[in-house]
Write a protein that binds this ligand. Structure first.
Ligand code: BF8
Ligand code: SF4
Length: 628
């Protein structure tokens, strides 16, 4: 049946069996051992914000406390917890963005290559930086400096706010949520949710919205734009995906985490003839670099490096027994990895001072000296090849898909038909025309993680299939993108799964029905695309027949993304219930009231097929309102 088909696509069952035989504990074992999970935490009504606590609100019986020791209600406690998660998510994305800005600064200083000069000049102009007569290095340095100032400037608002449609900016102004400076907006959430500060759940969520917008229209957008400038803007190309991309006869290096600074340097190092020769001396055929999670997306999008897998495949990659080194930086790296690695020969190499893990080898990555650092890491992997044992299993699952859909490449693909029909090029007109005519019903984003509450990848894939079947174009990022490519949804054949309208569009544009737009930070590309479409149609983002879903989300970053999407006017379906249900008021605020304010809201729906139909209904409502 369909479900077992989806499960097989993940390459998980065979490796889980091996893990069991090898007596390796995985995320699934630990999830089972954790049952039943704490009901207070699940509902968001446990507070540890001060040492009079922990306090918890008893919901299931009339007895038991209904207020914290300080008097905080369930609304206050649940909203504070939610807001703090959003702030942490925004911090993670934004600190990533800051690191990229720093990398651009050092690249300029050291006169290292800057790949997309056109984009650099365009951004400099957008930010009011004098471009005439300036060298690339000089401009890059000015753009980097301006980006770094976005984190702590004392006055004004974030520059990327200007990318939003006018009506959207007015809504933000009226709610006083226009993001000002990224660090400041995040700090304000931590301050206002401190013990004895903000107790009004609506006001707490307003602060969370500002911090989230600082992520989407700030830190993440800086991360994406400056990564493109420094490392190149993705263009469409073929890539292989799933754990079958590991090669038995090569030194396998898995790069896992998020920031492209490390992975870009590794891409250079694995092509170093001396290191390849060293690998051959050790008896390997060569060096095979593959990517995992969002770092995997970054290097796949820019270099066609194979996408080894997503969040729930990280332990299993080590279980294959053929990974000489797993090199990690920040975010979504399971602390269990050194334990798994210990049972094989794999070296787990941490590289960021922000993320050390007991049991791992720490080789700190220094952006100022990136190439040398990467070379050392690769050499460490090469020298480990001889320690491999016979206990190996490389799964057969491996598929090919077409990826690389930056906003620029989507518009270029659209130009393909624009030219045919002699329209002006470089616009979203063909896409808007297709939506207006009804050939395409709308666009939906499927993003986010894996979560033990959902069979890995299943909700991503079922949701995507149901949407494309109903003529909705899907864009995807993060671990959702891995799930979709593994299920074949980025291959030519995927057109067979589409409704007639979408199939025609895909054939005309030569694109798959599910477009890979990058890592989670690159959800800023989706914001940018929607902003361009809104401005072209002279409507607000909330008026567009679009929606988003995070069917298997788990991270605080996903909560920040969901919140900035809602505050940008987007209907967002969560497949996993957030820890808010202990407060009916907060739940209602997030899933209903916010729509009256921002035009977007959260929906909670764990069934992917039902979620698809809620999205389809939403899209039809928006179409009707637009009279199309
Ligand atoms: O930022 S989708 S599990 S890897 S949080 Fe993490 Fe979730 Fe994957 Fe990338 Ni995004
Ligand atoms: Fe308890 Fe209030 Fe302290 Fe939270 S802030 S732990 S509710 S006393």
């Amino acid at each position: 049946d369909e479900l077992s088909y989806v499960k097989d696509e993940t390459a998980i069952p065979s490796l889980l069996k091996k893990a069991k035989d090898d007596k390796i504990e995985t995320v699934w074992d630990r999830a089972l051992a954790m049952q039943p999970q704490c009901g207070f935490g699940e509902m968001g009504v446990c507070c540890t914000n001060c040492s009079m606590g922990p306090c918890r609100i008893v919901k299931i019986s009339p007895d038991g406390p209904k207020k914290g020791i300080c008097g905080a209600t369930e609304d206050t406690i649940a909203s504070r917890n939610f807001a703090r998660s959003v702030a942490a998510g925004s911090a993670a994305h934004s600190d990533h963005g800051r690191d990229i800005a720093e990398a651009l600064h050092y690249a300029a200083e050291q006169k290292r290559p800057i790949k997309d000069e056109k984009k650099l000049r365009a951004l400099a102009e957008e930010w009011g930086i004098q471009t005439e007569g300036r060298s690339v290095e000089d401009l890059a340095s000015k753009v980097a400096e301006k980006a770094l100032n976005e984190f702590g400037k004392p006055f004004g608002h974030l520059q990327f706010v200007e990318r939003a449609p006018q009506k959207r900016k007015e809504i933000w102004e009226s709610m006083d949520v226009t993001p000002r400076a990224i660090d400041r907006d995040i700090v304000e959430v931590l301050h206002s949710t401190h013990m004895g500060c903000d107790a009004d759940y609506r006001n707490i969520i307003t602060a969370a919205v500002r911090a989230a917008l600082s992520d989407g229209w700030g830190g993440s957008m800086i991360g994406t734009e400056l990564s493109d400038i420094l490392f190149g803007t993705p263009v469409p190309h073929e890539v292989e995906a799933n754990l079958g991309v590991l090669k038995k006869d090569c030194v396998n290096i898995v790069v896992h985490g998020h920031e492209p600074t490390l992975s870009e340097a590794l891409v250079l190092a694995v092509n170093d003839p001396d290191l390849i020769e060293a690998a051959k001396q050790e008896g390997a055929q060569g060096i095979n670099l593959v990517g995992m999670c969002c770092t995997g997306n970054e290097v796949a999008m820019r270099h066609g490096i194979p996408m080894a897998g997503n969040f729930f495949q990280q332990e299993l990659a080590v279980v294959t027994g053929v990974v000489e080194a797993m090199v990690v930086d920040v975010q979504c790296i399971m602390p269990s990895l050194p334990q798994v690695a210990k049972c094989y020969h794999t070296k787990l190499i941490t590289t960021s001072r922000k993320a050390k893990i007991p049991g791992a080898v720490h080789m700190e990555f220094d952006e100022k000296n990136s190439v040398e650092c990467a070379r050392k890491i690769v050499l460490e992997a090469v020298m480990n090849f001889k320690n491999r044992t016979d206990n190996v299993l490389v799964p057969e699952e491996k598929v090919t898909g077409r990826i690389g859909y930056s906003v620029e490449s989507i518009i270029r693909a659209l130009d393909g038909i624009t030219n045919t029909f002699a329209h002006q090029s470089g616009t979203v007109k063909p896409l808007v025309d297709a939506v207006k005519s009804g050939v395409l019903r709308g666009v939906a984003a499927i993003v986010g993680c894996n979560n033990h509450r959902v069979p890995a990848d299943q909700s991503h894939v079922l949701l995507a299939k149901e949407l494309i079947k109903n003529d909705v174009l899907v864009v995807t990022t993060g671990c959702g993108a891995h799930a979709c490519i593994k299920a074949g949804l980025m291959s030519e054949d995927a057109v067979k799964l589409c409704g007639k309208g979408l199939a025609t569009c895909c054939e005309l544009l030569k694109v798959p029905p599910v477009l890979h737009m990058g890592s989670c930070v690159d959800i800023s590309r989706i914001l940018q695309l929607l902003a361009i479409i809104s401005k072209y149609m002279n409507v607000d983002i909330k008026d567009l027949p679009v929606a988003a879903a995070a069917p298997e989300w788990m991270s605080e970053k996903a909560l920040s993304i969901g919140t900035y999407a809602v505050a940008s006017g987007i209907y967002v379906v969560l497949g996993v219930t957030p820890q808010i249900t202990g407060s009916e008021n907060l739940t209602k605020y997030l899933t209903s009231d916010m729509e009256n304010i921002y035009g977007g809201r959260f929906e909670i729906e764990s069934d992917p097929i039902k979620a698809a139909h809620k999205i389809l209904d939403h899209i039809e409502v928006k179409r009707k309102q637009l009279d199309i």
